[in-house]
Each structure stands twice: as C-alpha cells, then as structure tokens.
Design a protein around this ligand. Structure first.
Ligand SMILES: Cc1cc2nc3c(=O)[nH]c(=O)nc-3n(C[C@H](O)[C@H](O)[C@H](O)COP(=O)(O)OP(=O)(O)OC[C@H]3O[C@@H](n4cnc5c(N)ncnc54)[C@H](O)[C@@H]3O)c2cc1C
Length: 464
C-alpha cells in the first residue's frame, strides 16, 4: 500500500492523499445504523475527471478496491470502504459548472452539496427539487443512491431530474451520456443505469440536472387522525385529487412526540384533539399565485376532513417550516432514541395501510418495536426498528421487507441497498435479475474495483 499511496500522490499531489493518522474516522462509515466502520488504506481527493480516470486505471493495475464518497450521509453503508481499499472522496470536485437559464439546467461536479446548489438556484428564482432530508449530501451521492425525499410525490426522484452524466467506468474509460436534452431514443440509457448503482458501475464526475421555477407561495396543512390506518387510507385519495401536493407525509405518534418535544415550537393543536390523535398527516402545497394556493388549501382541508381527520390546521409559515425541518431530522431522533436499524421499504401507495398493519403484527410477534414516519405519497415507509438482539432483528427486518415485496413493492425506496440490506435483496429478488446485475457490473467494471460487495456480493472468482 505504501507503493499505491505514492502512485496516487503522483496523480493528485501529496497533499491530497491521506494515509495512516491523516484518515479521520469519518471516512470509515456513513450514517447507516448498526454497521461497523472500516478504515481504508488511503483516501484520495481528485480535482478533476482526468485524475479520477488515472486513479481507476491504477486501481485496476494493482487490484485495489475503490469506494466513491460524497458527504457520507448515506443510510445503507454504501460508502463504507473495503478493508485494504482506497476511498475516492469528491470533496474537491465541488463546483457548479453552469446554470443554464435558457434550458433550465445546472451542470455540477459531484461534490456540490444540495445546500450549495439550492442557494445558487434560489438566486435566479429556480429550484432543484430533490430534497432528501440531509442537505449536506452531495449530488454525486444523490445520483449514486437515486435519492428521493419529501418532494418526490410532486417532482419524482433523482432519476427523474438527471438528464446527463460524465462518468469513469471501472475500466478507467470516461463516458458522457445524455446531455442538455429531455428526450432520447438513442441506444441503451446508460445515464439511468448509473443512477442508483451505488458507486458499483462508475464514478460520476459531472451531472446535468433539470431545474424548475421556484414557486413563491406555500402552505402546510396538518391533520391529526385517530388511527394510522385512516391516514394511510386517506393518502391515495389526496394524491389522486389532482391538487398536486408538494409533500404528503405521515408521522406516527411517537415520532411526532419526539419532534415537538422540548417545546421548540407549537402546532396550536388543542389538548382534546391531541389526546385523541394517534398519527398525523402533513400536506404541503405550493403555487406561483397566492389566491390559487388558498383555493388548493381549502380543497385539501375539505377532503381530509371528509376522510376522518379529527381536525385540520393550516400552520402559520414559521410553524410549517419548523415542522418540516423537524420531520427532516426524524432520523437523528430515532438514532438518539436507540433505534437499531431503519427500514426504507416501498409499496404501491394504496397498499400502505395493509402493509403497516402487517409490519406492526410482525414486530409484536418478535417482541420488537417499530415506529416512524414516511413519504406516504410515494408508498415509502421508514420504520425505525428497536430490537437489540441481532438475529431476532435480522429475521424481523427480513420479514417486513418480504411483506413489501409480496405486495409488489421493493426492499428500498430511496436509501439504497449498500452493504446493510444486500442479503435481503439476494433472498427476495429474482435470481435471474441478480445474475443480470452481476453481468452488467462485469461489463462496466471488469476488474471488480468499484465498491465490491455493495448491493450484492461479487461471485467468488470475481473477488478483487
Ligand atoms: C438525516 C438524514 C435524512 C435523510 N433523508 C433522506 C431522504 O429523505 N431521502 C433519501 O433518498 N435519502 C435520505 N438520506 C440519505 C442520504 O442523504 C442520501 O442517500 C444521499 O444521496 C447520500 O449522499 P452522500 O453525498 O452523503 O453520499 P455518500 O453517503 O457519500 O455515498 C452514497 C453512495 O454514493 C456513492 N457515491 C458517492 N459519490 C459518488 C460519485 N461521485 N460517483 C459514484 N458513486 C458515488 C458511494 O460510493 C455510496 O455508494 C438521509 C440521510 C440522513 C442522514
């Protein structure tokens, strides 16, 4: 490794290769719960695409595994390095290369964070609409995980926003796919294949993203319900209403109690309603005109009132913003409360009620607790699992994920598979599909240097 460290330094300069004590513990993990960190042999910080390509070529020659890293906010362990491997950190490739106002697109390097992009596009009245809860996440990480977040019910997820990529394949070749155009029938769509591949097919060195006009008016509607079932049954009706909400989130009682704890903000719910509420539906609407927003709010309030809400509140702007900000932090609250794992399954939206019932039954039967909130409008359920016994927890997580797959859903809606959920995927997905994934990886990454062991294990003969 001394040798490869020196060779990496020849590519990026000595100051941009970290070894030994220079490697802070942050580089060994992401934010996934319950996964052991791994200290890499080196961290390399390239400045441009040519340096990334040279790093990959070197890794191929020496059979050294590489793990791409954005901001390390992932929730699946996908950027945990391989022992003896090298972390390729994109922190220096952090420039917004272009804001193209005529085409309403941004061209960014992978290390640009969501916060950085949002600040820049807000100045020109535009928005990049993917808002996963952690705005320090990088665009490269977002592309690699196909990040979603609360606004997906209106705008879709990362794969709906990325129109072009530049990427370095596992072979060291640089490709450009897609571009500043919104349709193409030109061969296989490699852009879409790389999105969501969790750094296993290519290292993304540039992304071209769609931007939208930034609606100036928004309102937050909060509806307490007596049961979670009523909320999950109401969600498909809200989405199908044609009003086009920006967010449709559910928050269970335990999560709501923790996000409003400490009296940091008041939602103005009278005690008699609060006492009967077991779960909350949060709907955010936006519009470019205030009067139209008012009409939409009235319509939504009437709709959820008719679907069994105990009452309906239109929150003052500051409380609305605080509630959404607190909801975004729900993960940290679950972590602080001692959650042992997080499930991020997705089911058809109309199956959420039934799915949540089965998840609760499975948790009870195993003596565990599950609680949470989720992007209800997308059928994406985030369950914090409280069960310290690893083997009981492993079985429970498997059964809850199997219940999602059985309903036509999938193991992950947005966090990805990483190293944390790969055994469940291998067991629950069609073996033909997993075999095809392996063949695709082989085509992109013939020497298996890119993030081996993430999403699925390499076949024994392909181990680096
Ligand atoms: C509080 C909190 C809330 C969150 N809420 C959401 C949410 O609502 N929705 C959601 O989708 N996610 C959410 N996340 C998860 C996380 O923010 C996303 O997965 C995000 O996309 C990760 O970006 P990152 O830059 O931190 O990537 P990292 O964690 O650094 O890496 C993630 C994956 O991307 C790969 N990668 C990174 N950069 C590149 C690159 N340039 N080329 C190729 N591969 C690369 C890594 O190898 C790894 O496989 C949340 C996380 C936290 C901590």
């Amino acid at each position: 490794m001394a040798e490869i460290g020196g060779l990496l330094a020849e590519i990026v300069g000595e100051a941009h290769v970290l070894r030994g004590d220079q490697i802070t513990e942050d580089y060994g993990h992401d934010e996934a719960l319950g996964l052991a960190p791994v200290v890499p042999a080196a961290v390399v910080r390239p400045a441009d695409t040519a340096e990334v390509a040279a790093i990959v070529a070197l890794a191929c020659s020496y059979g050294v595994p590489l793990t791409g890293r954005g901001s390390g906010t992932g929730l699946s362990g996908a950027c945990i390095p391989v022992a003896g491997g090298v972390v390729v950190s994109f922190e220096r490739m952090n420039r917004i290369l272009e804001l193209d106002l005529d085409n309403q697109m941004a061209v960014v390097q992978p290390g640009v964070t969501l916060e950085q992009l949002d600040r820049a596009v807000a100045e020109v009245g535009l928005v990049y609409p993917v808002f996963p809860g952690e705005l320090s996440a990088s665009l490269g990480g977002n592309v690699a995980t196909n990040a979603g977040g609360m606004r997906a019910v209106k705008y879709g997820v990362t794969r709906n926003q990325v129109v072009g990529l530049e990427a370095v394949l596992g072979s060291g070749e640089v490709i450009r796919c897609g571009g500043k155009f919104v349709k193409s029938s030109t061969g296989y769509d490699l852009t879409q294949l790389i999105i969501g591949s969790e750094g296993t097919l290519a290292l993304v060195t540039e992304a071209t993203l769609k931007l939208y006009p930034r609606p100036p008016f928004s309102a937050t509607v909060l509806a307490p319900f007596a049961t979670l079932d009523q909320i999950t049954a109401a969600v498909p009706r809200v989405v199908a209403s044609g009003i086009g909400p920006l967010m449709v989130e559910y928050v269970d009682l335990m999560t709501m109690a923790s996000i409003t704890a400490g009296g940091m903000f008041e939602l103005g719910i009278p005690p008699d309603v609060k006492d009967r509420a077991l779960a909350y539906l949060v709907i955010v609407l936006e519009n470019r005109r205030d009067d139209r927003l008012g009409e939409d709010v009235e319509e939504v309030a009437k709709l959820v009132g008719g679907l069994g809400a105990l009452d309906v509140y239109v929150l003052p702007p500051q409380s609305g913003a605080q509630l959404i900000a607190a909801r975004e932090k729900a993960f940290w609250l679950a972590k602080a409360a001692g959650a042992d794992d997080i499930i991020d399954a997705v089911v058809p939206r109309a199956s959420i009620a039934d799915y949540m019932d089965e998840a609760a039954d499975l948790a009870r039967a195993s003596g565990s607790l599950v609680a949470g909130c989720g992007h209800a409008g997308d059928g994406n359920v985030h369950l914090s699992v409280f069960q310290p016994d690893q083997s009981v927890r492993g079985r429970l997580v498997h059964d809850i994920l199997a219940a999602a797959v059985k309903r036509g859903g999938a193991v992950s809606g947005e966090h990805g598979i990483g190293v944390g959920k790969k055994d469940h995927v291998e067991a629950l997905e069609s073996p033909h599909k997993v075999a095809l994934w392996r063949r695709i990886k082989q085509a992109f990454d013939p020497d298996t240097v890119l993030n081996p062991g993430t999403v699925f294990d390499p076949e024994p003969e392909a181990q680096p």
